[in-house]
Write a protein that binds this ligand. Structure first.
Ligand code: GTP
Ligand code: MG
Length: 133
């Protein structure tokens, strides 16, 4: 069964959207297999966002993702990766459709509420980074 790594980012936690986001994940029939509230370490942040190193927004991205507690999750189900990306909406909250998590709970591309793996391969790597298995 397909697995994906999702993370409610610091703004999503700070603004009180944990419950609503979890409800949306459950409502489509996906299963939350693992879940943990905690900080992202600098090491984890750099491992997760290595592909963006050198880009102008990289430093801001690392400091934002380590700025407060997040909710780390492993979500499973048929087409879990794509289904979560659909629930999340476009990367830039300003472009994300109403009804998507980013469209409903975020305003910008810098603080965009939630992360979701972009492929099965990324998911496997990210689950190792954040849960060590
Ligand atoms: P994640 O689920 O967070 O990985 O988002 P994504 O897969 O939709 O986007 P991507 O992996 O391309 O980018 C990772 C994160 O970098 C995004 O969530 C944004 O917060 C940030 N980011 C990406 N592109 C830009 C950009 O052009 N400008 C700024 N300021 N931030 C960006
Ligand atoms: Mg990404």
């Amino acid at each position: 069964i397909e697995k994906t790594y999702n993370m409610i980012k610091p703004d999503g936690v700070r603004n009180g959207h944990i419950g609503e986001i979890i409800s949306r994940i459950e409502r489509v029939g996906l299963t939350i297999e693992r879940m943990e509230l905690g900080m992202v370490t600098l090491e984890e942040a750099e491992a997760n966002y290595g592909e963006h190193k050198g880009k102008p927004f990289y430093e801001g991205l690392i400091s934002y993702i380590t700025s407060g507690p997040v909710v780390k999750m492993v979500v499973s189900g048929e087409n879990a990766v794509a289904t979560m990306r659909k629930l999340m909406g476009a990367t830039n909250c300003a472009d994300a459709a109403p009804g998507t998590i980013r469209g409903d709970f975020g305003l910008t591309v810098d603080e965009n509420v939630i992360h979701g793996s972009d492929s099965v391969e990324s998911a496997e790597r990210e689950i190792k980074v954040f849960f060590g298995a």
